[in-house]
Structure formats: structure tokens, C-alpha cells
Design a protein around this ligand. Structure first.
Ligand code: FE2
Length: 301
């Protein structure tokens, strides 16, 4: 992140990003019947390179989440699971086990293949969080799988001078001259992943590298871009135009949103469910290996 961050602080004529389009989250279900809201990846033309999918799950009703995501494969991309409330357990065929608790993040690189389960460890109470899918460049799609649990206390959080606070899951933020970098760095797609909470009328500005795609996803209250009268309601994603920074203002009930940005890969995307590759042939290979590969034979979930 450091090179792009230093570069993006020096534009001679910095330009604010504008609202390019709004993606409204759609109600759907996945896994063994987990109810969720899908914004990115919900239909034709809703990917935002390098982001493939964004799911928000939030329910007080165990029937909406208890079935979880039993053993399933992935290949060719990364998943980032951020739990706001609740407790989820992850197990994969490589022997990794992780407990995701409130405020924690699991960053999983599927690479050439992983088979895992993601199961709620609570039978009552609110389960709330997000799963983001980030594509891998062609040259990294078949790298070994990787996995990292990030506990809540590893994620920098700072109060904003105008009210509210920001959590830095990935990317770099400067607050009152303090430069803070999230626990995830060094990825080709240079992701920015912030969780920002603002009281009514408060603002938040963030430099973003020119050329990187970006979206603000509102999950509480409502939000506006500075200079734009359109109000973004809860459960909507504001895809931003290109520029050097974004200036956001919370609406009358305050706002809580994710700010996501990443370097577009500009490569062909061929997706079949949990496999995301560059060609149909690669997808067919993944599907054939799903049932016959060493992945399957080593599965002990
Ligand atoms: Fe998964």
C-alpha cells in the first residue's frame, strides 16, 4: 500500500469522486439457507473489479442463519468475512480452524483450492456481518491456499475529529496526522476496507488511488456524497467515479458504511458458483477436480 499511498497524496489537481451508480442490495440466500443481502455480484453488471461479491447478513432470527455454510469448495479468489455480531467457526481441509467473533475478520485466499465450512456457533441472538469476494490476478489464481484470522483488537480503530470513528481492516488512513494501516497489506489488488460510523451530518474524507474502483456500502442510516443531493439509503452501495478522494456526509440519522477500493485487474472473469477463473476451460478443470482431486480425498470436515 505504501507506494500508492504516497503517490495519491501528491496530485496537482485533486479531484473528488462522484456518484457513478447505485447498487441496491437484493434479498437472497446461500449456503444451507442463510438469508442475506447481496449487492456486488447480485446480477448482471454488478461486479466492481476486483470485487466479485458483497454479502451482508443480519438477523436476530436463528432460522435465518443457523444452517450456515457447510463444506464447500472455492478456487481463484479471496474471501473476507467480517463479523459485527455473533460467532462463526471456520474449518478447512488444510487443518485450519478459526473462531470468528464479534469485530473479527477472516481473510481466506482460496488460490488453487480450498474446501471449508463456515458455521454459526450460536443458537440465538443477532448474527451480523459481511463477506466480500476479491478476485486474484490470473498469475495468482493457482497459488497455495492461505488463511488468516484477525481478532478485533488487531484492527486499528480511531475516533474522527468531527465525530464518529473508523476501523481500518485494509488500507491506510491518516487521522490527525497519524498514519494507520490495516492488518491486511501486500496484496496485488491493494484493497482498502474501512468500517466508518458517523453521527448525523458528520463528514469523512479519504484519499483513494486514482484508477482504483471504489464503493461505499451503507448498512445503517443514510449517506450522501458531498455536493450531491441524492441520499443513499441503508443497504445500498454507491459506486464512485474515478478521482483522488471521496468526501462523504452522514444523513439525518447518521450512517455506518463500508468503504471499499481496489486495483482493477482488467482480466476476463468466468465464474461458476464458488470457482472464479479466467477461461471456461479453467472452470471445467476446477469442476472436475472438485470431486476427484486430492482436496476431496483429504477432506475431514
Ligand atoms: Fe466459503
Amino acid at each position: 500500500m505504501s507506494d500508492s499511498h504516497s503517490a495519491m497524496t501528491l496530485p496537482s489537481n485533486p479531484q473528488a469522486r462522484r456518484l457513478a451508480r447505485v447498487i441496491t442490495a437484493m434479498n437472497t440466500s446461500d449456503g444451507a439457507g442463510v438469508r442475506l443481502r447481496r449487492s456486488l455480484g447480485s446480477g448482471e453488471g454488478t461486479r466492481l473489479d476486483p470485487f466479485l461479491m458483497l454479502d451482508e447478513f443480519s438477523s436476530e432470527n436463528p432460522g435465518d442463519y443457523i444452517a450456515g455454510f457447510p463444506s464447500h469448495p472455492h478456487r481463484g479468489f479471496e474471501t473476507v468475512t467480517y463479523i459485527l455480531d455473533g460467532h462463526m467457526r471456520h474449518e478447512d481441509h488444510l487443518g485450519n480452524q478459526g473462531d470468528l467473533k464479534s469485530g473479527g475478520v477472516q481473510w481466506m485466499t482460496a488460490g488453487r483450492g480450498i474446501i471449508h465450512s463456515e458455521m454459526p456457533q450460536q443458537e440465538e441472538g443477532r448474527m451480523r456481518g459481511f463477506q466480500l469476494w476479491i478476485n486474484l490476478p490470473a498469475r495468482e489464481k493457482m497459488k497455495p491456499a492461505g488463511y488468516r484470522d484477525i481478532q478485533a483488537d488487531e484492527i486499528p480503530v480511531r475516533a474522527l475529529t468531527g465525530g464518529g470513528r473508523v476501523k481500518i481492516i485494509a488500507g491506510t488512513v491518516t487521522i490527525s496526522s497519524e498514519v494507520l494501516t490495516g492488518p491486511i497489506s501486500g496484496l496485488t489488488t491493494e484493497p482498502v476496507y474501512l468500517d466508518v460510523e458517523l453521527p448525523a451530518g458528520a463528514s469523512f474524507s479519504q484519499p483513494l488511488p486514482r484508477g482504483h474502483n471504489a464503493m461505499a456500502y451503507v448498512f445503517e442510516g443514510n449517506l450522501q456524497l458531498a455536493g450531491d443531493s441524492r441520499m443513499l439509503p441503508t443497504h445500498s452501495g454507491a459506486v464512485l467515479s474515478d478521482g483522488d478522494r471521496v468526501d462523504l456526509i452522514a444523513g439525518s440519522t447518521g450512517a455506518r458504511f463500508l468503504l471499499l477500493a481496489g486495483l482493477p485487474l482488467n482480466e476476463p472473469v468466468v465464474q461458476y458458483g464458488p470457482f472464479v477463473m479466467n477461461t471456461v476451460e479453467e472452470i471445467e478443470q476446477a469442476r472436475s477436480e472438485e470431486h476427484t482431486s486430492e482436496l476431496q480425498s483429504r477432506l475431514h470436515l
